[in-house]
Design a binder for this molecule. Structure first.
Ligand code: TA6
Length: 290
């Protein structure tokens, strides 16, 4: 199926009626709607859906480098490449196949110029009621070891960023990208937002809750293989500075990303790394007593 921009996309539907839209461009989920047809992911009002620009919203993949933690372009190149449907997906786990898709990105001659490592990056996207699961896998197809950093950037749609709390990261150390990546320890018992936040939390738990008071909705992020988590909101100044982000968009977005940044992942030849993240939503009352 092609969307209005002529970009090939896949639509996943599950029996309760929630849907996901995935673009082969970037292997990027650009929409996740629940059974009440509410859009759960943020998409910038000024997103540019034209290669080679990365699309600002949904779930972009940052590989083989997160941010500018290395010599490649910001967040690596996987989100700016055309992926393919994986012709022979390996049987990861029994899946209800009409609500799952397997994508693959292989290193091209072009990529080998900027990142001379042969790799295969696979991504399984599975949708069930209230839960969206992404399973990335990187295989070293080269004859020498290589390392990479990785992040699943989760642009979540929130009603009002100043009414959002993130729970699960208290007492952890983090790099603050706004303070030359100096290392701090989180003191608060939940992260709240009243200005730009751009942090890489280290050795994070498998479960992080993003509580949107107004919408009475909590996102629960469960992850494996991702020791770190990025929390980013550009706030007003940076929002104005980003040409593909609406000036007011920062109020209704929050990035909480599954990441492997502090300790790059090292693969020997033929070795494969596998990550997993599950995004689910529960009504906030579920958490009030917890
Ligand atoms: O969260 C890390 C970060 O590098 C921010 O500093 C900001 O630049 C954000 O990612 C956006 O990056 P992008 O390349 O998507 O514009």
């Amino acid at each position: 199926v092609h969307d209005s921009d002529g970009l090939p996309r896949i639509i996943l539907v599950e029996p309760r009626g929630s849907t996901v839209e995935v673009l082969l461009y970037g292997g990027q989920v650009i929409s996740w709607k629940n059974e009440r047809r509410e859009e759960l992911l943020f998409m910038s009002s000024k997103a540019v859906r034209k290669p080679p620009k990365a699309i600002r919203g949904g779930l972009p993949i940052c590989f083989p480098q997160f941010g500018n933690f290395g010599s490649l372009e910001q967040h690596g190149f996987a989100r700016n490449r055309l992926w393919e449907l994986d012709p022979n997906p390996s049987p990861l786990s029994p899946i209800n196949n009409q609500s799952s898709v397997d994508l693959i990105l292989k290193s091209t001659e072009e990529d080998l110029k900027t990142w001379p490592r042969n790799f295969e990056l696979r991504l399984r996207i599975s949708l069930s009621a209230c839960k969206l699961t992404l399973i990335p896998r990187v295989r070293n197809m080269d004859n020498k070891a290589f390392s990479f950093t990785f992040a699943m950037r989760n642009y979540l749609s929130v009603s009002d960023i100043s009414e959002v709390r993130v729970e699960g990261l208290e007492t952890l150390d983090y790099f603050d990208s706004l303070m030359e990546r100096e290392r701090f320890t989180e003191q608060a018992d939940a992260i709240t937002f009243d200005g730009e936040v751009d942090r890489v939390y280290l050795s994070t738990p498998t479960k992080i809750a993003i509580i949107d008071h107004e919408k009475k909705r909590t996102f629960v992020l469960r992850k494996e293989g991702f020791p770190d988590a990025v929390v980013w909101n550009p706030w007003d100044k940076k929002a104005k500075a980003l040409p593909d982000l609406g000036d007011e968009d920062y109020k209704t977005m929050l990035c909480v990303d599954s990441a492997a940044i502090e300790s790059p992942i090292v693969l020997k030849p033929c070795e494969e790394w596998k990550g997993r993240q599950e995004l689910s939503t529960v009504s906030s009352s579920y958490f009030s007593g917890q």
